[in-house]
Design a protein around this ligand. Structure first.
Ligand SMILES: Cc1cc2nc3c(=O)[nH]c(=O)nc-3n(C[C@H](O)[C@H](O)[C@H](O)COP(=O)(O)OP(=O)(O)OC[C@H]3O[C@@H](n4cnc5c(N)ncnc54)[C@H](O)[C@@H]3O)c2cc1C
Length: 429
């Protein structure tokens, strides 16, 4: 039995590694278009900042490691150009073929083309692959740019802004609308915007950048969204969903027998909306990869779905998000109510700092639908608590009574997420 994996990053290598663990007799081959595998793009902003010294530190394992330690054959610089499912084989750049019995597609995503004039100029960058990061850092170290323009107010844009500031640059962020982190939450956008301005980052909301040549920036980063790499799958007859990413069932199988898809190229089931959505994140890609790998190795495992939890740091402000904003909930057919509170992360005498918590619930069912936490301490843990509540389809009243830990070094006696829940209960009554 031969398992072929297309794409050698989070989802692809997780699939290969899991399949190997479950079936030592499988022949496993990974085909990766780029020069490295097992690369964590999440480290790129910190590599630009300089906190990560060498790009190699972002590579978890080498092809040699997989060959020697896992008996997985990895071919780099081996981009797949087509899939012929009736013959159970793929064609690789250069004309070679590779046969498969089971196939996992883990081709990820790529930066969306924006149509901005001058995108190919030498001072204009994306931040997606390792080579993007290396080119950008080399440019910064050689040219010592003083000003930076970032196009896009998603998490990569904000993380890059932080990194550019560390490099001593004056930074501006331009965004088409008034929406930070693609959350459709004006209060969160205001909070982030004010924080960035406080740190000298100029926020240019409702701004269309048409040409980088019109901008007087020494370096330009285009971080205006990504799109799934689905072309070879589509051409092979693999269905994509409403979102444009590959449609999979709960075993992560595509519409073709023995062909699975995982990670940023695929949709996932969203436990709050009850629909298939496209939420491209590393945490999801790794988990989907494991399940796709297990099923490709003959197991029957389900991927239960996601609630879309993420966390990021922007100039000392941590923001953890999960589930839906009010507007997203409304668009998904709910009747949402939101509460937002400010509290202290722990008692004042223990150095507690302001923390903001927002929670959204459905008026009819009183079920929690989403929330975010923003502050300087213990944000991720609190966002994760909300995420677990969403996953368990918890009602606000149940959440309000959650048995969360208290001691002065960690939290106030009423944790901020519980204060937000109390507030939400009042609004619902
Ligand atoms: C700057 C940055 C910061 C991020 N930070 C976070 C974070 O903090 N937290 C988080 O959860 N997520 C984060 N992410 C997102 C995360 O990196 C991705 O969700 C994750 O890498 C997706 O993994 P993947 O394996 O599905 O796809 P990818 O990592 O995109 O890998 C796909 C691989 O497939 C290869 N490939 C594509 N087409 C072919 C082909 N035809 N033949 C062969 N190979 C092919 C590509 O070369 C690539 O190596 C970040 C992303 C970036 C860019």
């Amino acid at each position: 039995m031969r398992l072929l994996v297309i794409g050698g990053t989070a989802a692809g290598m997780s699939a290969a590694a899991r399949a190997r663990r479950l079936d030592p007799s499988l022949e496993i081959v990974v085909l990766e278009k780029g020069p490295v595998v097992s690369f964590g793009a999440c480290g790129l902003p910190y590599y630009i900042e300089g906190r990560i010294r060498n790009a190699e530190q972002m590579v978890v394992h080498t092809p040699e490691y997989f060959r020697k330690q896992r008996n997985i054959s990895v071919r780099t610089n081996a981009g797949v150009v087509s899939i012929a499912h009736s013959r159970r084989q793929v064609s690789v750049e250069g004309g070679e073929h590779e046969r498969y019995d089971r196939l996992v597609i883990a081709t990820g995503a790529r930066p969306r083309l924006t149509g901005i004039a001058g995108e190919a100029l030498p001072h204009v960058f994306n931040l997606h692959r390792m080579s993007d990061g290396q080119r950008l850092r080399q440019f910064i170290e050689e040219k010592r740019p003083k000003t930076a323009l970032i196009v896009g107010a998603g998490y990569i844009g904000f993380e890059a802004a932080d990194a550019f500031r560390h490099r001593g640059m004056r930074v501006a962020i331009a965004s088409l609308g008034f929406d930070a982190l693609n959350r459709r939450d004006p209060e969160l956008t205001k909070l982030i915007s004010a924080h960035c301005e406080r740190f000298g980052v100029e926020m240019r909301w409702n701004t269309t950048v048409q040409s980088v040549e019109d901008e007087r920036a020494d370096v330009v980063l285009i971080a205006a969204g990504i799109q799934p790499n689905v072309e070879i799958a589509r051409e092979a007859g693999i269905e994509t969903g409403r979102t444009g990413a590959i449609r999979v069932d709960d075993r992560l199988q595509t519409n073709l027998a023995c062909v699975y898809a995982a990670g940023d190229c695929a949709e996932t089931f969203h436990l709050v909306t009850g629909r298939h959505e496209w939420v491209p994140l590393g945490t999801t890609a790794n988990k989907m990869g494991r399940v796709a790998g297990a099923n490709a190795a003959g197991r029957r495992e389900r991927f239960h779905g996601i609630v879309g939890t993420s966390v990021l740091r922007i100039m000392g402000l941590d923001i953890g998000l999960t589930g839906l904003s009010c507007e997203q909930a409304r668009a998904a057919g709910f009747n949402p109510v939101e509460a937002r509170i400010q509290a202290k992360s722990k008692p004042g005498y223990f150095g507690g700092r302001p923390i903001t918590v927002q929670l959204v619930a459905d008026r009819g069912t009183r079920r929690l639908l989403g929330g975010w936490v923003a502050g300087e301490h213990d944000v991720a843990g609190r966002a994760n608590v909300i995420a677990m509540a969403l996953q368990a389809r918890t009602k606000v009243e149940e959440f309000e009574g959650s048995d969360l830990a208290y001691a002065p070094p960690f939290a106030p006696v009423w944790d901020p997420v519980l204060i937000a829940a109390q507030q939400l209960v009042k609004l619902l009554d």
